[in-house]
Design a protein around this ligand. Structure first.
Ligand code: NAP
Length: 301
């Protein structure tokens, strides 16, 4: 009988790519959990062959039901919708997985900024995931932990380029000259499929999912070349970025500052991602395929 693989977050960016790659590969029957099985994203999943079930990370019983009969599960939690509640949702997921008997639990987590910076910086969207990972490890879950890099797609949503008075375009973070690891979120699923070819090799390990690892000046050069407009990266100091005041500005300012000062590069993660998914795209390859999604100046897709 075909093994069932549950994808949590399948209507979203990470889980959507995971479900798509698993469906294309065809090794598993894919079950997608969503709070709203009538959404257009859920209907699209059904049309491509997934079983769609209703579930909510705030309702432990619904996670348990979704996990029934599953061989494995991929889970992602969404800080940017739930903020501090993300931790409880992650714990609910871990508790349900612990009782479910699944063979593998793939969890999209991030490193602990507060711990690795010796308490100097806090980035709750990373630190909460790291605490969920720690909780899963304490419970001896059959975990495989993914650290997904900055999405290329963020240039279309959270961090669009802005038009300058001289007609050029600019984007800026507190990343300095340190390479920023990045990836197309659509490619995360390819790495997941690669991991699932030999999951025992990755049990309890962290797999960094990275498609490119270059300074922001390089991403600006690629945008200039591919989009035919001058695009410039400007280093924005941590305090200036934090003062922008949008929800999460302080959190993100600290994440970039942490990357800049504590993560010199992620070449090893890039090599591993490429070995697991040789078709993983560089920023240039991704942008060449997504040029029309850029409306420079607004970043709107
Ligand atoms: P997304 O596209 O906004 O999708 C969120 C998904 O989570 C949806 O499928 C949604 O499903 C599901 N969801 C939300 N609340 C739920 C709940 N209570 N119960 C069940 N499902 C729930 O998000 P994403 O980009 O895939 O993932 C977001 C996470 O990625 C964030 O925590 C962020 O920190 C992390 N991340 C982001 C980046 C980046 O560069 N942007 C990089 C690494 C990690 P329904 O609405 O259908 O229920």
């Amino acid at each position: 009988m075909e093994k069932v693989f549950l994808v949590i977050g399948a209507t979203g960016a990470q889980g959507g790519g995971v479900a798509k790659h698993l469906l294309q590969k065809g090794t598993f029957r894919v079950r997608a959990m969503t709070r709203n099985p009538d959404s257009s994203a859920a209907l699209a999943l059904r049309e491509t062959g997934a079983e769609v079930v209703r579930g909510d990370l705030d309702r432990p019983e619904s996670i348990r039901e979704a996990l029934e009969g599953c061989w494995g599960v991929f889970g992602v939690t969404n800080f940017w919708e739930h903020f501090e509640k993300e931790y409880h949702q992650g714990r609910n997921l871990v508790d349900a997985v612990a009782d479910s008997g699944v063979e593998y639990f793939l969890f999209s987590t991030l490193p602990s900024v507060v711990k690795l910076s010796g308490g100097e910086l806090e980035a709750p969207h990373c630190d909460i995931k790291a605490r969920i990972e720690e909780y899963a490890r304490q419970h001896g879950l059959p975990g495989i932990y993914l650290n997904v890099a900055f999405y290329y797609e963020n240039f279309l949503s959270f961090f669009p380029t802005r038009r300058e008075p001289d007609g050029s375009f600019v984007f800026g973070f507190p990343q300095g000259d340190t390479p920023l690891a990045a990836v197309s979120v659509a490619d995360v699923g390819g790495v997941v499929v690669g991991i699932l070819e030999r999951p025992a090799d990755f049990r309890d390990k962290v797999v960094g999912v990275v498609g490119d690892d270059a300074p922001c000046q390089y991403y600006a050069e690629v945008m200039s070349r591919q989009l035919g407009r001058k695009v410039v990266y400007r280093h924005v100091p941590r305090d200036e970025f934090a003062a922008l005041g949008f929800p999460g500005a302080e959190d993100l300012a600290n994440m970039y500052d942490f990357n800049r000062r504590f993560i010199p590069n992620r070449r090893k993660d890039l090599e591993l991602s490429r070995s697991l998914y040789p078709k993983i795209r560089t920023f240039e390859a991704w942008l060449a395929e997504n040029r029309e999604r850029f409306t420079l100046g607004t970043g709107a897709a």
